[in-house]
Design a protein around this ligand. Sequence first.
Ligand code: HH2
Length: 254
Amino acid sequence: MGVLNVTPDSFSDGGRWLDPDAAVARGLAMVDEGADVVDVGGESTRPGADPVADDEELRRVLPVVAALAPHVRVSIDTRRAAVAEQAVAAGATLVNDVSASLWPVAAAAGPGVGWVAMHMRGEPRTMQQAPVYDDVVAEVRAFLVERAAAARDAGVDEVWVDPGIGFGKTAAHNLALLRATRSLAATGWPVLVGASRKTFLGLVTAEGGVAAAADDRLEASLAVAVWAVDQGAAMVRVHDVRPTVQAMRLLAVS
Ligand code: HH2
């Protein structure tokens, strides 16, 4: 899954694809690079980000979704029902939901529209303020399994679960969740992991106390993608499609 943020403020590609033509060109380039899904988002959910209004989010994503949908499977990365509904009407067939609450939209859309339940503690503006869990792996897994079952019971025929790396989690929480990918996959739900370029990668790989900047975390992102898929993840959400596809091809013959 290739990341396409049509936003001014995403942590890694903010402002690069705000122009719809540039966003569509980037999406098509990711298809050439081997992406199976292009994940279009119109609101940054990075820690500390301010929410955007529905109509602004719609204005950003709808033309991009409509232009890409004939060429590739498009997912809509949103927390808002109205945005998910209109993006599906414009051709998106996967609702990538960091709020894990929009399964009724996928259910109402009927067969062929899937839903990703992602775990988040709190909301983006405040979620990194000292997150605490008794047992992060057990809590995240229980939450996702409950939401996934609710979606299935509502009639959604394609449900993914995602531990929500970086969403209300410390670096230690993220690493514990990644180590537990196999146990999450053992629930039977297909697992999506989005760790690409995230802050904890810079912290874990810091040299001389200096953390790598977001666009200098490719090697660490590749290592996590390979690790996650080797442990049972069925999809990874990444900014750097070509290198990730190359790594996955190698993993597939290992
Ligand atoms: N991470 C981000 C956004 N959407 N969706 C899923 N399913 N899993 C994730 O880990 C995930 C996600 C945050 O990353 P990004 O879109 O690159 O940045 P921003 O939120 O600043 O736009």
